[in-house]
Design a protein around this ligand. Structure first.
Ligand SMILES: [Zn+2]
Length: 72
């Protein structure tokens, strides 16, 4: 098991919809506005697949956030 305090991934503000390469696997990903997953130590985005692998709880928080936005 990995240390739960050793966080590779963080939720960060995002204001660009440019295509980017995932900081973990290198696949093309499309960060969502205004919040999405990024590497903790830099502004490289993290794709959904790596998010599920490294920070599933953050993916759930984001999913909940976007659900709430749609239902507003
Ligand atoms: Zn990835």
């Amino acid at each position: 098991m990995s240390d739960p305090h050793d966080r590779k991934v963080a939720i960060k503000y995002n204001d660009t919809s440019l295509k980017e390469f995932c900081g973990i696997c290198g696949e093309i990903t499309h960060p969502e506005i205004p919040l999405d997953l990024f590497m903790n130590d830099c502004m490289k985005p993290v794709c959904a697949r790596c998010g599920m692998k490294h920070a599933p709880e953050l993916v759930r928080i984001l999913a909940r956030y976007y659900e709430d936005l749609e239902n507003r």
